[in-house]
Design a protein around this ligand. Structure first.
Ligand code: PEP
Ligand code: MG
Length: 746
């Protein structure tokens, strides 16, 4: 790059910095920027167009076009050259604008006399906020340095926090980050919460995009990159021998961190007048735009890696760690792109709500959020970009909707809804000690699902009769290394102490599929949900199960004990697992340790095959629990974690209910106690239908016990059964419409 040109673009930046330091704000500052840019670049026109809403751009400031067009001229994304830049996120540089594809002139601006056009997107972190344009009468194509200078001005504009405030009255995007914003996501955990935003990873704010001393900035960049490389190498060293995917990600990090072209581009940015952090952000932004347009999923994933790396570098440069000094509000609603179960547990119950940009219903974070009964919305697009620390936020976990910076009407409506829910809770509290007795005189046993020590207080509060499913893997998942037998024994003993004589059904370790222990060698499987998981792992590598069974026997210390094995697909798996229990029991006897006063050993029915097991299995097993989450995914061959297919199949599908009915009938024949512990047991309508099919024991999230009991007490199961059978005989695919109709009439 010729020296003269380099200094030109630096000079422009220097003037821009002086301008930004002046008192002027708002429209005046914007006008000055267009004036300065046009002058410095020797153009007659410089204009700023900003998004007014997702579809429309508005001319917000201009030097050279007619002043009366400001805030009047608007265009749709994709329309004209400006719209083309906004849509593609790529610059348009032409000496003959009227002949360029897509050209459309706006008569009110008087732009028809200008021949050359250079438009660049105003982007922040890959998101286009508007378009910056220079035009001149002289027909010329702008040279690289001019393009660069304009891009840098666009970047400085993008950093202006008040940018959105320039858009005219009534614009949806005006005063970005101050206007209400509605996000539709997916329910992760029901419930409503109001609070203030707490960003798990706050965005780094670059306050000094322009720098005086490029040498100093180069040094800062080099030091920061060095620190970054050392950090990545340390992470890699720590991860060796561990999870393969994690290693792959770190290898990609290292590749990026050592990328010469990345470094060269940032150095070039600095030499043209940007500060080190602005250079990092500029490259981050460019990479985001480029990569978000590639169709290849693998490459897009790398976008995340590069993004993370750039964020790390920005944090090093600005000294803004995760801890930014901001104080956590009293009513924090956690916002994150995604979060691990351990991190979530660290926040614990102080969170009012959680909103994740990614995440899935079956993820560990969702399981933990459910265990802590914190309303959770997942797949809330753009939430991490839109939310600022301290913003007022309302989370509707039932509908999967998030109201960011809600206006007064939404606040009022939402608070009404919360008040109604609180009233309902009171109503449930009033029936807490009552039995779940239906109008036709049948009593259903309601139990709760748990997995953490923190869940146990709910046993008294919810009115549950016991713990129908204790997911022991949660304890394994939230640790960084395999727990020891004594630790587990102590923990299980505390669980039994807290249950105070109520029955607790411990399910042995259910890992594999989406539940991967960080300290166990991961296996690469094409279909993990159908792969080496749960009892299959336990029987192939019995060490951990033996340790766990021993811990359970020690914890019981003579008290009654209930244990069940997950994911039993055939009779022999149950007999083998049971044999392990018998051996463990014998060992305890020989060692002279107390053995449980009574011992029940059950199985989870989570695969369709087990419903067709030989009669001998039903006679031998002490009890069965239907794991509806897994059973449903295999019955319909629809991945429970894939939102696209999961929702196609209704639990109240006639075929599924018929299958449940057949299982119950086989259990009745052989006197096998049967319960249901999947998520559907906690949904009142589904729960009454399961009871109508003959289930007398349901285990669910503690928060669901009140609503389920309430509906059960108002329902006649015999009548409901008839409604279901009629609908089924009429050939209905789902009995839901008929059931809803019946329940409404009641
Ligand atoms: C189930 O599959 O229904 C179940 C209760 O187990 P999990 O959700 O832990 O797989
Ligand atoms: Mg399961």
């Amino acid at each position: 790059m010729p020296d003269g040109l380099e200094s030109e673009s630096r000079k422009l930046l220097g003037r821009l910095r002086d301008l930004m330091a002046e008192e002027a704000a708002g429209q005046e500052r914007l006008d000055k920027i267009t004036h300065l840019t046009a002058n410095s670049m020797g153009c007659e026109v410089c204009s700023i167009y900003l998004f007014r809403d997702e579809e429309t751009l508005e001319l917000c400031a201009t030097e050279g076009l007619k002043a009366e067009a400001v805030h009047q001229t608007r265009m749709r994304v994709g329309e004209g050259l400006v719209g083309r830049v906004a849509k593609s996120g790529a610059r348009v540089n032409t000496a003959d604008a009227p002949s360029a594809p897509g050209f459309r002139y706006m008569p009110e601006t008087g732009e028809e006399i200008y021949s050359s056009f250079l438009g660049v997107p105003i982007q922040r972190l890959g998101e286009t906020l508007g378009v910056l344009v220079v035009q001149s009468k002289e027909a010329r194509k702008f040279i690289d340095d001019e393009v660069y200078a304009l891009e840098v001005v666009a970047m400085v504009l993008a950093e202006m926090a008040e940018l959105g405030a320039f858009v005219g009255e009534g614009a949806a995007m005006s005063a970005r980050h101050t206007q209400p914003y509605l996000i539709r996501g997916v329910t992760g955990q029901e419930g409503a919460a109001e609070g203030h935003v707490w960003l798990h990873e706050p965005r780094v704010v670059v306050t000094n995009p322009i720098a005086d001393d490029p040498h100093r900035e180069m040094e800062r960049l080099h030091e920061a990159v060095e620190q970054l490389r050392v950090g990545v190498d340390q992470m890699l060293a720590g991860a060796r021998g561990g999870d393969k995917e994690q290693l792959e990600v770190l290898e990609a990090y290292r590749m990026f961190a050592n990328s010469r072209s990345w470094m060269r581009r940032m150095q070039e940015d600095i030499s043209r007048g940007l500060s080190a952090e602005a250079a990092v952000e500029k490259e981050q932004s460019t990479a985001r735009t480029r990569l978000s347009q590639v169709p290849d999923a693998y490459l897009r994933e790398r976008l995340h890696d590069l993004d993370d790396l750039s964020n790390r570098l920005l944090r090093i440069l600005t000294g803004q760690g995760s801890v930014t000094g901001a104080e956590m509000p009293d009513d924090p609603v956690l916002i994150a792109r995604n979060i691990g179960p351990g991190e979530l547990l660290e926040y614990g119950r102080k969170l009012k709500g959680i909103v994740l940009e990614e995440g899935s219903v079956g993820s560990h974070a969702a399981i933990v959020a459910r265990a802590l009964a914190i309303p959770l919305v997942i797949r809330a697009g753009r939430v991490t970009t839109e939310a600022l620390n301290g913003n007022h936020i309302m989370v509707d976990g039932d509908q999967g909707v998030v109201h960011l910076r809600p206006d007064d009407t939404v606040v009022a409506a939402f608070r009404d809804k919360m008040a109604m829910m609180a009233q309902a809770q009171e109503r449930y509290a009033s029936i807490r000690e009552k039995a779940a007795e239906t109008l036709c005189g049948k009593t259903i046993s309601l139990q709760m699902n748990a997995g953490l020590m923190a869940d146990l207080p709910s046993l008294a509060g919810s009115g549950a009769e016991g713990v129908g499913l204790f997911r022991t893997e949660l304890q394994f998942l939230v640790r960084s290394q395999m727990p020891k037998r004594t630790e587990l024994a102590e923990l299980y003993a505390r669980v039994l102490d807290a249950a105070d004589g109520k029955r607790v059904v411990f399910r042995t370790l259910d890992i594999g599929s989406d539940k991967v222990l960080p300290y166990m060698k991961a296996t690469d499987e094409p279909n993990p949900a159908l792969g080496w998981r749960a009892i299959r792992v336990a029987l192939d590598r019995p060490g951990v199960m033996r340790m766990q069974l021993q811990a359970l026997l020690r914890a019981a210390n003579g008290r009654p004990l209930s244990v069940m094995f997950p994911f039993i697909a055939q009779y022999s798996e149950y007999t083998q697992a049971r044999a392990e229990m018998d051996k463990a029991l014998e060992r305890e006897r020989i060692l002279g340790h107390p053995i449980p006063e009574s011992l029940e050993v059950g199985a989870m029915l989570e695969t369709p095959s087990l419903g067709f097991a030989p009669d001998a299995f039903f006679r031998e097993v002490d009890f069965l629990s239907i794991g509806g989450n897994d059973l449903k995914q295999f019955f319909f061959a629809a991945d429970r974690e894939n939102e696209r297919v999961r929702r196609r199949y209704d639990t109240l599908n006639s075929s599924f209910l018929t299958y449940i009915q057949q299982i119950i009938s086989r259990c009745d024949t052989h006197g096998t106690p049967i319960s249901f512990c999947g998520e559907d047991a906690g949904r009142p309508v589904e729960a009454v239908c399961l009871a109508a099919m003959g289930l007398r024991s349901l285990s669910m999230r503690p928060a669901s016990i009140g609503p389920v009991k309430h509906l059960l007490r108002k329902t006649n199961l015999d009548e409901l059964r008839q409604v279901i059978e009629n609908a089924r005989e009429a050939g209905e695919q789902s009995v839901r419409p008929a059931v809803m109709d019946y329940l409404r009439k009641q």
